[in-house]
Design a protein around this ligand. Sequence first.
Ligand SMILES: Nc1ncnc2c1ncn2[C@@H]1O[C@H](COP(=O)(O)OP(=O)(O)OP(=O)(O)O)[C@@H](O)[C@H]1O
Ligand SMILES: [Mg+2]
Length: 332
Amino acid sequence: MNKLLEVEGLKTEFKRAGGNVMAVAGLDFHINSGEVLGLVGESGCGKSVTSLSIMRLLKGTPGQNAGGHVKFEGKDLLRLSENEMRKVRGKELAMIFQEPMTSLNPVLRIGKQIEEPIRLHLGFNKAKAREHAVHMLQLVGIPRASEVMNDYPHQLSGGMRQRVMIAMAMSCHPKLLIADEPTTALDVTIQAQILDLMKRLKEERSMGMLLITHDLGVVAEMCDRVVVMYAGRVVEEAPVKELFANPQHPYTQGLIRSVPKLRQKVKRLESIPGNVPDLSHMPQGCKFAPRCAHVMPECMTTEPELLAVGGEGRKSRCWLTQQSEQKGGSAV
Ligand SMILES: Nc1ncnc2c1ncn2[C@@H]1O[C@H](COP(=O)(O)OP(=O)(O)OP(=O)(O)O)[C@@H](O)[C@H]1O
Ligand SMILES: [Mg+2]
């Protein structure tokens, strides 16, 4: 399988008064073409910062790249000029943001917002761009698409705005779509419709996808592989079925245990005790050690590396899983 996106040692830091903090601290993962990679982890672990770093959209925030590579079809996006990056962004690499209202321009009609990138990237004239925009709105299930072209974002419901975002993101046939919590703000039935739609479009066009979510149900439904993030690092990577059947990292085990199971009588949900560490006061060793039920002395002093463990395509950043792997036993 060919690698569409390779993220290697990606670091993003934020300037803060008391000293810079590293929100993304050396991230490694890849996405093959046509594959959906899930990126999961608790709030604040660096998922959105990762996507903004890949898209090079940190300008206007106190964040900046502090190292690493983001190779898209072998070309390092972090080394492109702003002009070259603009040609890639929105065309080959598109993004759906966590909150559609922040990325739709409130004073521009929907039609104009969709047509602009189509004209820019596909070189269509006004009439052809309009026709393509209407087609895209119809494709994402927007009724009366040609009328909606004349609406302003505030005239649409949250679900409709999210569909518009998807139509915009898909309009230039991207090879990779980054979707940051694309359905979190929507109610459950709309959420299911939007996910179905994304799945269908992805299959029809064999597009790669980075799906960011903290909903493990969505992960199970949509993803081929999963990367689990904690405190700006990858702590586990696995094919989706293996991740749920046999999570290796104690953090992943905690995440999975904290999901309610429909058919089981759950008396009490187990949440992971403690909180994600403050970026300016990171523990010295494993960043999860202060919350981990299996903590050992070395966990407090030395951070483990992300290493292959327990089967094909699986990695874990944990002393315990790595030790037990060496002994040939099963993990925690
Ligand atoms: N504009 C910013 N200025 C300063 N710090 C920021 C900024 N954006 C993000 N951060 C910090 O970077 C860290 C990661 O934030 P990020 O938004 O990537 O989390 P997330 O995993 O997407 O969380 P959520 O699930 O809530 O969306 C947080 O500690 C956050 O405080
Ligand atoms: Mg986020």
